[in-house]
Design a protein around this ligand. Structure first.
Ligand SMILES: [Zn+2]
Length: 82
């Protein structure tokens, strides 16, 4: 069987994550930053956090891809291509 490709790009994905190593790292950073945000802002929902990440100009392209993916998962993943 061929290796799975990343949900967000053409690179080979890491098993169980469905993301390549770059998008996986971006995903981890987003989750880590969310913990920090929750500490500072209290009841900041995951959805609102993702929207914030997407709107921030300093968000990198990898993190932006991941945040959009997570948000579309929350919204019922109408764009899942599988
Ligand atoms: Zn990727």
């Amino acid at each position: 069987m061929l290796g799975e490709t990343c949900l967000l790009c053409e690179r080979e994905s890491i098993a169980a994550f469905r993301l390549c190593r770059y998008h996986k790292i971006a995903s981890e950073r987003i989750r880590e930053a969310y913990s920090v945000w929750q500490t500072g802002y209290g009841d900041f929902s995951w959805r609102n956090y993702l929207k914030k990440v997407i709107s921030l100009p300093e968000t990198g392209q990898w993190a932006l891809d991941v945040a959009k993916l997570e948000l579309s998962d929350l919204d019922g993943s109408e764009e899942s291509g599988r």
